[in-house]
Design a protein around this ligand. Structure first.
Ligand SMILES: C[S@@+](CC[C@H](N)C(=O)[O-])C[C@H]1O[C@@H](n2cnc3c(N)ncnc32)[C@H](O)[C@@H]1O
Length: 297
């Protein structure tokens, strides 16, 4: 089990990106919000290691040193970024935010660029911290406002509550037959049919989010969206769907095990716990607000 390890600026382990990296302009999920088959929808046809994305009028460059160790953002993660570019998205200026499952730092970067006061980037993968910090520094953002924590969410007990929590949990069902031994293992699959990290997010939210605070999620239809909404609204959270994006199920990292994974997903669908059509699924950009008068748990 990974122990809780916190690192703050200056980050000693930042390494320079290899010189051979070339920038790819990251295509945002489209306005019509139905992503064409094969156009990045399969976890990138050729997985890039760096690219530029736009967030609220700013161009941000994101790189991963080793795409097998830290997930380069997929359309699933980018969907929430695209949704937060829309009109109904919350103001991010001055917030104290927690990025759960920070990965390459996609959301941490966007939050800092949009004026977040502080961002804590939490990930179980020890390679995430250095990559997130490197991306923040290389974009000229103030790294003193970033804290990276290496820990499973389940063991993370901060001594503060956050104004905003943002997350894009792993959503594919885990099976020992296709377990990986690289950093993508925790990025893409999760136990309990892909629900494990969603369940932890829901379970931990009252201890992480301040009353009146906002939870933003990229929620896959493969991982039982109604369950998350039901459980949070039962605790008086207000729920809002900012946008829905349709795309391919990202199976590129599991090409050899595509049939096994699809058959698990079909079982989940038959049980009413997953929603997809052929190889297409949806990602819902969800926003929840914790009631202001919430009692502490
Ligand atoms: C789908 S990736 C999202 C990465 C990034 N936020 C993005 O959208 O590109 C999920 C991330 O959650 C992390 N993760 C998985 N299980 C976790 C857990 N129990 N606690 C903390 N982080 C976890 C993974 O290591 C991975 O970086």
């Amino acid at each position: 089990m990974v122990s809780v390890l916190e690192s703050r600026w200056p980050f000693p382990s930042i390494r320079k990106a290899p010189a051979a990296m070339t920038d790819t302009l990251i295509q945002m999920p489209t306005q019509r919000r139905v992503l064409p088959v094969g156009e990045n929808g399969s976890l990138w046809e050729a997985r890039p290691s760096c690219g530029i994305f736009e967030f609220r009028g700013m161009r941000l460059r994101l790189a991963v040193e080793d795409p097998a160790e830290v997930l380069f953002p997929t359309d699933c993660g980018l969907s929430l970024i695209a949704a937060l570019n829309g009109g109904d998205a919350p103001d991010l200026k001055g917030v104290n935010a927690l990025d759960i499952g920070a990965g390459s730092g996609l959301y941490s970067l966007a939050l800092l660029a949009a004026g977040a006061e502080r961002v804590t980037a939490l990930d179980i993968n020890p390679a995430s911290a250095a990559q997130t910090a490197a991306n923040v520094v290389s974009n000229g953002l103030d790294a003193t406002r970033l804290t990276c924590v290496t820990s499973p969410l389940e063991e993370y007990t901060p001594d503060e509550r956050f104004d905003l929590v943002i997350t894009n949990p792993p959503h594919l069902p885990y099976d020992p037959s296709y377990a990986r031994d690289d950093g993508l293992e925790t990025a893409l699959v999760a136990r309990r049919g892909g629900r494990a990290v969603y369940d932890s997010v829901v379970e931990r939210m009252d201890t992480l989010l301040a009353p009146g605070g906002t939870l933003l999620m990229a929620h896959s239809s493969l991982a039982d969206i109604p369950r998350t909404i039901t459980e949070l609204t039962a605790r008086a959270y207000e729920s809002d769907t900012l946008a829905i994006f349709e795309m391919d199920i990202p199976l590129l990292a599991y090409t050899e095990h595509k049939d096994a994974m699809l058959s698990l997903l079909k079982e989940r669908r038959a049980a009413g716990r997953a929603d997809f059509d052929g190889s297409r699924f949806t990602v819902h950009a969800l926003m929840f607000r914790r009631p202001l008068d919430a009692t502490e748990r």
